[in-house]
Each structure stands twice: as structure tokens, then as C-alpha cells.
Design a protein around this ligand. Structure first.
Ligand code: PBG
Length: 322
């Protein structure tokens, strides 16, 4: 029945009524905090409030996050040295492997997810190894990615998260984990990862900008929603346990479409540039940080994400605890 019988304002009249009919809940238990670990800590200019952490600092940060009921962290390593193969990625004594061990020792209940990619470790900054013509060699990269995943598993990682966008990497990693005795470790696939300008600040944070060219030869074209679903289908067929869309805010339609097509848990990555925009606007006095962050994270949940990887995790968890 239309107006005047139907009045939607009836359910908006008081805070209690609004609480009663709220469709989307935001809780710290939905959030994952990214951590950048390096041999020594330091600020990241483009991401106020986020720093590169030494291993001891990462352990301390993990304690604070766990106390706020955040279930997990995702680790990115910044190695001291890089080479053309990215061999630091699978070094048993690499910064990520050491950080995983230290965090799991101190906080066994906190989930440690590891980002699996070569770009932080290659001298050329691409996500795989190069062939003779200087383009990224898909199949040669698979073995190295799988080796990296196994090194993270041996260090004690709880979830493996490949972000490289090579074809076939979920299957390659799954097979290698299984044959090395890690059949129970889940894979969170960066399934629909777009070639995006919103990764700008991350490249400063992780010191991983490509030395030449760009990532459009392996990451998705931002114009292609259907192709994103093909990527998700393939990753599911290859054995992904959770599928992720990245970035989040310019791709909420993709999150909703992925939610509609699969029963797997869906994650979304609220990336560095999305964080930097909020911080810059808040610094300029454009709006209240708490309100805008909670509105943003709620929108990503409403679009269909079960899990949100976000640099706002700690602040949001504090605000939600009040
Ligand atoms: C590595 C990787 C990137 C991000 C996560 N993993 C950078 C990229 O692909 O260029 C971006 C994270 C962010 O911007 O917050 N492959």
C-alpha cells in the first residue's frame, strides 16, 4: 500500500527502532589488519597512522589488535635485498617468515594470513619472473609462488593469500601445500584484483613499484566486471577457500556480483589509496573520520563482503567497542 498507509519513517523514529531493523552489522570480527614488516620500522608518508614495523613492533601491534577482537592480520614483507627472481620471498629466514613465527609464538589465537607475491622481492618490481623479452612469465612464476606459500606454511601461517594474478596459481599453490603436508591450510585468493591507481601508497609502503611498464598484463582491467567473475570462477575451481575483490570502493558492484555467484566467504580489500583519501580529507577538515570510516566499511559489508581487509581496522575496532 502506498503513502499515506505506508510510511517508512515509522521505523526510523528512534535509535532503538533503527537498531532493530538494521540490515548490515559491522563488527571487529569481520576485519583484517594489514601489517608491513621490515628489518627496521618507520613511517609511511602517504599513509598517516600506518608504519613499517620491525618484528618486535609487529608482535606488539598484534597484541593490541587481538585485544580489540580483530581476528587476524595479513603480512607484507619488505626485504633488505631484492633480486631478479624474488628469492627473498621463500627465504626461511626472510622477514615475513620470521614475523609469522614471532607473532604465532606470542599470540597463537590470532590468525596470521600471508600475502604471497614476488613484487616486494623482485628487483624489477613485477609480481612474477621475467622471460627473455622482459614480460612476466606466467608458468615459470607458478613454481616460485608455490615455494613461497610453502615457506609461509612452514613458518606457521594460518591462511595463504596469493595476490600475484598469475593464471593457475591457486591450483599450483594448493598442490604444493598438499604435497608438503599442509592440506588443511586455507587459501584466500585475491581472485578479482584490478590494475588500479588506488594501490599508489602501498607501493611506497612496500617499496614495490614496477621499475618499467605496469601490471595491466596480469591484473584485471577496471572496465571488466564479467571477466572479474571468470577470475573468481577459476580460482574457486582451482581450490580457493575464500575469494577476494580488490580494491573495494570503486568495485562495490563486483563485490555484490561475486556474493551473488558463490557460497564461499567473500573478502574485500579496502586498499591503501582508499585509506589515504579518507586521511587527506579528514586532515583538510572535510568530515568526521569515525563517521566516514564506519559508513565506508558498512557499505563494503552491505555490498556483500563477509571479511574486510582494511588499514582502518584498529581505529574501527576501537570505535565499535564503545
Ligand atoms: C602485491 C600487492 C599489492 C597490494 C596488495 N598486494 C600491490 C599491487 O598489486 O600493486 C595493494 C594493497 C594496497 O594498495 O593497499 N601484489
Amino acid at each position: 500500500m502506498p503513502f499515506p498507509a505506508t510510511r517508512l519513517r515509522r521505523l526510523r523514529r528512534t535509535a532503538a527502532l533503527r537498531d532493530l531493523v538494521r540490515e548490515t552489522e559491522l563488527s571487529p570480527t569481520r576485519l583484517v589488519a594489514p601489517l608491513f614488516v621490515a628489518s627496521s620500522g618507520g613511517p609511511i608518508e602517504l599513509m598517516p597512522g600506518v608504519s613499517r614495523l620491525s618484528i618486535a613492533q609487529a608482535v606488539a601491534e598484534a597484541r593490541e589488535l587481538a585485544a580489540l577482537r580483530i581476528p587476524g592480520v595479513i603480512l607484507f614483507g619488505i626485504p633488505d635485498e631484492k633480486d631478479s627472481e624474488g628469492s627473498g620471498a621463500w627465504d626461511a629466514e626472510g622477514v615475513v617468515q620470521l614475523a609469522v613465527r614471532a607473532i604465532k609464538d606470542a599470540h597463537p589465537d590470532l590468525l596470521v594470513i600471508t600475502d604471497v607475491c614476488l613484487c616486494e622481492y623482485t628487483s624489477h618490481g613485477h609480481c612474477g619472473v621475467l622471460d627473455a623479452d622482459g614480460s612476466v612469465d606466467n608458468d615459470a612464476s607458478l613454481e616460485l609462488l608455490a615455494r613461497t606459500a610453502v615457506s609461509h606454511a612452514r613458518a606457521g601461517a594460518d591462511v595463504i593469500a596469493p595476490s600475484d594474478m598469475m593464471d593457475g596459481r591457486v591450483a599450483a599453490i594448493r598442490a604444493e601445500l598438499d604435497s608438503e603436508g599442509f592440506g588443511e591450510l586455507p587459501i584466500l585468493a585475491y581472485a578479482a584484483k584490478f590494475a588500479s591507481s588506488f594501490y599508489g601508497p602501498f607501493r611506497e609502503a612496500a617499496d614495490a613499484a614496477p621499475a618499467f611498464g605496469d601490471r595491466r598484463g596480469y591484473q584485471l582491467d577496471g572496465a571488466n566486471g564479467r571477466e572479474a567473475l571468470r577470475e573468481v570462477e577459476l580460482d574457486i575451481a582451482e581450490g580457493a577457500d575464500i575469494v577476494m575483490v580488490k580494491p573495494a570502493l570503486a568495485y562495490l558492484d563486483v563485490i555484490a556480483a561475486v556474493r551473488a555467484m558463490t557460497r564461499l566467504p567473500v573478502a574485500a580489500y579496502n586498499v591503501s589509496g582508499e585509506y589515504a583519501m579518507v586521511k587527506a580529507a579528514v586532515a583538510a577538515g572535510a568530515f568526521d573520520e569515525r563517521a566516514v570510516v564506519l559508513e565506508t566499511l558498512t557499505a563494503i559489508r552491505r555490498a556483500g563482503a563477509d571479511i574486510i581487509v582494511t588499514y582502518h581496522a584498529k581505529d574501527a575496532a576501537r570505535w565499535l567497542a564503545r
